[in-house]
Design a protein around this ligand. Sequence first.
Ligand code: S3P
Length: 416
Amino acid sequence: MYLSPQQCLHGDFYVPGDKSLSHRALVVGAFSDEESHVSNLNDGSDISTTIQVLRTIGVFIERDHDIVKIRGGKNKFLKFSGEIHCGNSGTTLSLLLGLSDKTVTFTGDESLQSRSFVDQIQVLESIGFRFSYFKKKYHLPFSILYHPNLDNGLEADRTRFSVIKASAQLKSTLLLVHAIRGRNIHIEEKYPTRNHTENFLKLTNSPSLKPLKYTIPGDFSSAAFITTAALLAEESNVTIHDVLLNPTRTRFLNIMADMGACISWKIDQTGLEPIGSISVRSSKKLSGLSIGEEDTASLIDEIPCLAMLALKAHGTTSIRGAARLRNKECDRICAIVQNIKSIGGQIREYEDGFDIQGGIPLSQPKQSLNGYQDHRIIMALSVLRYYVPFDLNISDASWVSISYPSFFQDVVGLKS
Ligand code: S3P
């Protein structure tokens, strides 16, 4: 994808439905015996994967204009035996792991197979699940089986307490494994992560599992790329409407404000999840800052955006406590470091993050920037067109379709 420099970004924006909420609405909606209705579902290919997987286990899903109708029932999950292909989607895997009482084989694409799922696996092993691996320990493809008679299993009569690392996917695995069997669990996280699974379960979790009727708000993490573009541009004034503003997701906005960005946001609707708008104007003076583990849990997907903004911010921006980024769709720390180096940026790599020295002149890379087949890396590199004075060539551009198929038309202004 070739992108020439651009200085202005103006207007009103709407982003696709939130990806995290879309996955959960489909899965939790399918738990009920009655029909669930979900609208404004994210249109990316990770969500198509979750739909495909649910159909594989026998859930009926059909689209009626903007409404997606879901008819499942928890027995579809509990009694399923067979193979589930999770494509590129770690969230699909995390939400489906351990929901069956029978043997299920999970696999995924090359990227998903290269990711370790040790955290989910160890926590499931501690409550009676057993895994067998086809290639490499803790990696896909693997089979999983629940042994209900093992010690430490999912007891019917008491609430389990569990303390886990800060990962919303890990937390969701544990919550859903218990919810589908009508068991209670109380989870304590090291730092708070997105709480969408708990919110949906609060709405639907009664002994009979009620159906879900829900309209998905715009994806906060997609809105972060528009926010970043506007902050990098010489001249900009944008508003993004109908965005999810759940405080477990919006730490990025506070960090932007702390960096000196001209940014404001307001909640227009409170309900299951707060929804509102974000307004951003070009910001001449951004300053670098330091963020640690306590922040990264609630802005994990926005760190690629932060790295691009750090190139403009005066002084040093330090990110630490973000080792989980190495186990995403690609090694995002490595991807950020390599690409920033190739445009002449000053970046120092650490095992759990990086330091970027901002405000220094950048130069046209000799080779194309590497998107690493990772939607968030590609989108982050693309919005650099609003900052750098040279053309950009970015590989793997079509991978934006994982979460935001119309990104290049909507945000970068390219004609489809
Ligand atoms: C997600 C949680 C995050 C995030 C991912 C989606 C989710 O992962 O990176 O894109 O929907 O639960 P972890 O919190 O597990 O790191």
